[in-house]
Design a protein around this ligand. Sequence first.
Ligand SMILES: C[S@@+](CC[C@H](N)C(=O)[O-])C[C@H]1O[C@@H](n2cnc3c(N)ncnc32)[C@H](O)[C@@H]1O
Length: 382
Amino acid sequence: MDIRDSESFFDRLFSQPLVRLTLSGGRGEYTRAVFRPVKLKGGEAVQIEKYTSTQVFHENLSSDLAAARAKELFAEFTFADGANSACTLSMRRTKSGKILSTVKNVQNTREVKSHDREKLRLLPEGVPVPALRDLGVMTPEGEIVKGMYDKYCQINRFLEIVDDAVSADPRDSWNICDFGCGKSYLTFVLYYYFTEIKKTKVTMTGLDLKRQVIENCNAIAKKYGYDGLSFRCGDVKDVIGELSPDMIITLHACDTATDYALAAAVEGRTDYILSAPCCQHEVNAQISPSGYKPISCYGILKERFAALATDAVRARCLEYVGYETSVLEFVDFEHSPKNLMIRAKRRGGVSPKTSAELKKEIEDFCTELSVRPLITKLLGVF
Ligand SMILES: C[S@@+](CC[C@H](N)C(=O)[O-])C[C@H]1O[C@@H](n2cnc3c(N)ncnc32)[C@H](O)[C@@H]1O
């Protein structure tokens, strides 16, 4: 790879595992920036230390994002000295703006310090996501707007769970639906993740009942030329059997909207379901106030009990129709009390014996509670 400009310098440097990079001769806000590999909770990352005359700022980025950050930062520096596992490189910008560089092929040893109490976020603070500025989650500099930190944590964690699924799947293009997308923070971030971070083709549809919100989302998608992202106004109930995405996501789609979304996924033979439910009123209304007295005489306990029962039945019904299903806490309670997620992957068929056992298990549970959750009807369990 020839080094003709600063871009190709950083492409060459980051094409192999990074050993170090120092930018110096800063002419702007920072006097110096040092890049080093570090080991964090979520895997290896690049830690960047940016020095002003009085302070030092840290950020942890994936290698791809760190390369992009180095290219961007170098606009305000004169020198770059770096090494990867296969070579040592240096570069200087002359007064006339010309780039002079040298490369020595040499095997360098890497030292990767462990910072495993810190976490590598797919969406780090300080890296602006354009649509999130429009939606009031980030400032133009990529800082999180006060009051939006919980939403930011939810989106980041949801994204990590999507990343786990996508990284283990060989397909090279994705079709995704977000049911009950609302203002679509997550939808825009996912689109950004596929197109900017994974560099993978994606078609995404956000669906919501609120016309005004949908119009706003379509305007933002158009503003940024997000051709693969569109928003529809409608009820998820009406799209069952109409869409067959690879993945459906729901983040706090209200009450039975989650059930219709699960049914739409099953009907569309969707491979991945990531659904964080919210306000499960249906079963709460069906549980008799005189049954399970120690629970039902306290409104909050009855509500939580009904919510757990609803999600338990949803998860087991998905198992029944051929999904490998788990239920996880996708964020800490402090970031959202509605922090459970049903995660399911289509395995394509269960044995008739398991199927009969599951059906009985679900039916017995519902009989015990004297409830008939919508999902059992939508998926034809009993
Ligand atoms: C609590 S908001 C969550 C929005 C978004 N997913 C988020 O996390 O920011 C729930 C959204 O679900 C939408 N919704 C509720 N029932 C729906 C249905 N049956 N079909 C489509 N959207 C629905 C509501 O209009 C609302 O925007």
